[in-house]
Design a binder for this molecule. Sequence first.
Ligand code: MTE
Ligand code: LUZ
Ligand code: MOS
Length: 774
Amino acid sequence: MTNKHIDAELHTRGTSLYVDDVPPPAGMLHAAIYGSPVAHGRVKALHLDKARKAPGVVAIYTAEDVPGENQIGPVLPDEPLLATDVVEYHGHPMAMVVAESDEDARHALTLIEADIEALEVITCPRVAHEAGHILGTPRTFAMGDTAAAFADCDIVVEGRSDVGGQEHLYLETQRARAVPTEGDRLRVYSSTQSPYAVQKACARILGLPTHRVEVDVIRLGGGFGGKEDQATSWACLAALAAHKTGRPTQLVLHRLDDLRMTGKRHPYSADYKIGLSKDGNIQAFEVKHFQNSGAKTDLSLAVLERTLFHSTNSYFIPNVRAYAASCRTNLPPNTAFRGFGGPQGMFVIESAIAHAAEVMGIDRAEIQKKNLIQEGESFPYGQQAERARAVRTWEEAEEGFEVAAWQKDIDAYNAKNTATKKGLAAMPICFGISFTATFLNQASALMHVYTDGSVSLSTGGVEMGQGLSSKLVGIAARALHISPHRIKVETTNTTRIANMSPSAASATTDLNGSATILAADELLGRFRELLARELGVQDAENITFEDERVYYRGELTEWTWEKVVSQAYLSRVALSAHAFFATPNVWFDKQRETGRPFAYHVFGTAWTEVTIDLLRGTYTVDRVRLVHDLGRTINANVDLGQIEGGLAQGIGWMTLEELAFAEDGRLSSFALSTYKVPDGDALPEDIEVRMLEDADNPVGPFGSKAVGEPPLMYGIGTFFALRAALRAAAPDAELAFNAPMTPEKVMLQLHHQRLRTLWEKAPGEATAPVAAGE
Ligand code: MTE
Ligand code: LUZ
Ligand code: MOS
């Protein structure tokens, strides 16, 4: 089986195609979006006349021009495609210029003026919560009796934990191209994780039945959740322009517009209370999560739910009370991002454990290890841990990486060095696999076999760099017992696969791979019947396939894959199969907040070593070593890429990537000069990944496990390694649980006390230093 990422050659040669690499159709127009210049206001007037007369401008459209419903909210109908009387975030789309060229369209934008009465801007989720600006209904997951348990605890600590958002920074910005075909039909090329969501929304906007819109996706230059749902509006806008003008129209967001107009990972603020026995057993945990949802519901309620699901990470805690609210603010609507609220939930319990360990004067890892969830123990939402591998990955990491000796080395280093300090931290992960909205756990595959034996495979899954196509080829080859070279994965297209779920929740391979296996089984079943007739035998079940050859009762026959296929054609046996898969045995009861939402969990444990420079506040992430549970891998190279890539993205989120919004709701970190993403230097030189061996997953395709999102959460370990290094330098300093831990925050926290003393000695000569989180 080939083990390369199937697009590797195309990518390295620069010949893989994205939306705007396909040569433009004749007469294609270009659209550009006028976004609100304020974060909250009542629209008095929008002056479009000057822009209308600008060179190259063909039309300018506003909400009034939407022929169907001006509504794109994916969960709740609270999001107009184009704003009407109010704008609720800076960059909120208000009007679309359609012109002969991108330059013309963007020039015309500068001639638009909006008359907007400013309204109060809220950017803080706690303030929004206080003011009752809550989306949907707050949720509470509960198990046991926390009040009673706290009364019995030896140690109870309380605190606050804050975690920032994150820019997706997919290389390919949001874009779509809409092409009118005939009559009122449209073909839309979109960079979306959810072709069906785009199809539905375009049809709704245009007032057409869904079948009039065909959506086609070749691949994405990254999605990371940012195109699970937020690709929709741009595709709808292109479709609106194409529909109105009758000409193909392309809309490509420039990077700065993409940064400013699209939602990101949700920042959260949380209050926690944790209670333990003297020996480090966690007895009770209470948490309140305040999600910064942004101005529209988008996917926030589903993200919030996953925060609750992962509020106790890999631990079993008998008494839990977790509250979470989606708090509406005047930021762009925040959205899906790798981990989907899970990482934010985990950050809080990890903060609480670190806090407790420091108060108790014991190792954080000791508490972590002692409380790992074991077989049969329940998560606070009622599901029991099955094939629980939290302990196994922990122990394999602890032993395999010789953590005790490693820690000793670090302690010795710290005893010797005064200008730099090291920290080491463990990060266990436990991530539930399945869409928490149970109905989304379905997928289809369409397999055609051509008479030369080559195979065309369509599924509802979207390739976004994660290696879906490579895995689907691997799965189809295995299921059909043929060479992977015979298989081609097609574009994702709504006319070949209907009603597809988004490619998200790490479940794309599981769902579409399982459907692929069913389609292959269907074809092989037909071939067996045909071969039984040809061989003149009754027991078709004793006909087997291997390596493109046919065996009967274990004996090689003269039949090969090519011969079977060609005979099937001549015998008029169907050479196409469509199959449908729905994940069995998953459900959730939202009334009782209990159920079995996940098909299974992914486990793993990472150890991270960092060094900080006490003078500069800068640091290096030296080493990350982890043991990860992949089940039985389908493509080890692709999986390793996902683990390392996820880890890198998690480290970025925890260290350098700091979204800054001004009080007026404007994104201050609006460019890559002010929003720092990790580069090669910021990532560990030494990453060691061990895949858990003999770790079957009976409910994944060929025993595999999903891999897309969970590794991101290993990055959380970096925050706690930095904290450990800070503690080594300043045992009594007040340290906040406030991520990302930028070098600036390291500096401020290290020198807070010293700076404050200086300031108190000479008031007026310096401004009071503020520690992170204050
Ligand atoms: N890897 C790459 N290269 N590009 C991406 O956009 N998205 C991540 C992850 N890995 C992403 C990626 C996210 S958010 C998810 S949900 C999964 O891939 C989606 O793909 P899967 O379901 O096939 O794992
Ligand atoms: N998207 C979604 C997701 O709609 N539901 C989920 O449960 C989910 N989980 C992770 C990432 N995206
Ligand atoms: Mo991933 S956040 O499910 O697109």
